[in-house]
Design a protein around this ligand. Structure first.
Ligand code: MN
Length: 227
């Protein structure tokens, strides 16, 4: 194929236990999926899951130093379980949904909170708060064949060694199967799609020089430094 400008490289993530990598196609995130996090912002506790997106090249790997992003005074961490899709499908029933998962990872849904809240208040899209360079750190993908599915397990985030978020993935309001069920009614899911499943309570700001470490049982660690 000949292109008129340089083609962007295919974003991808390492896969635990192999040299082969997981090619990223789309990045979806679930809003408000832990009750205690909904309550810390005073949002509707009974709403259906809703989704927003980041671009695949906003993925950054563990160990990366990312610049503090422009335009914000309130750059926040959100640690999340990430499901990596391994099979194409639409209108997937919840009972079959886990067959579509290739593996899992730890992700950070990094957020320019001040800009997100201004956008929300003005009825504008969230993109300025959620979708920007380096906004989607993601750890290595662990195949389901190695780690199984996640109905429970500690999820934790530390900043400079201090615990900021600590919960359990058994507190997800919409589990991975129901997230896939709902999202696949909205769009066709395909291999390479990542779904960030929502963050527990305890979100907060980071500043230049901070080191953020995420941990989910069986999924290793995700470490990001803020330049
Ligand atoms: Mn989030």
């Amino acid at each position: 194929m000949e292109y008129v400008v340089a083609a962007a490289p295919q974003p991808s993530l390492p896969v635990a236990g192999t040299q082969a990598r997981y090619p990223v196609r789309r990045v979806y995130c679930v809003g408000r999926n832990y009750l205690a996090h909904i309550r810390e912002f005073g949002n509707d506790e009974k709403a259906l899951p809703f989704f927003f997106a980041k671009a695949p090249d906003m993925i950054v790997e563990s160990g990366t130093t990312v610049p503090y992003p422009p335009l914000t005074q309130n750059f926040q961490h959100e640690v999340e379980l990430v499901a990596a899709i391994g099979k194409t499908g639409a209108n997937i029933p919840a009972e079959k949904a886990l067959d579509y998962v290739y593996g899992y990872a730890i992700g950070f849904d990094m957020t320019r909170r001040d800009l997100q809240q201004i956008a929300a208040k003005s009825g504008r899209p969230w993109d300025i708060g959620k979708s920007f360079d380096h906004a989607a750190p993601c750890g290595a993908i662990y195949p389901v064949a190695q780690v199984g599915h996640f109905t429970e397990g500690e999820i934790k985030l530390t900043v400079n060694g201090q615990v900021r978020q600590q919960s359990d993935v058994n507190l997800l309001i919409w589990d991975v199967a129901h997230i896939i069920h709902h999202l696949s009614q909205q769009v066709t899911l395909a291999t390479g799609d990542l779904i960030y499943t929502g963050t527990p309570e305890g979100v907060g700001p980071v500043v230049s020089g901070d080191t953020i470490v995420g941990h989910i049982a069986k999924l290793g660690e995700l470490t990001i430094h803020i330049a």
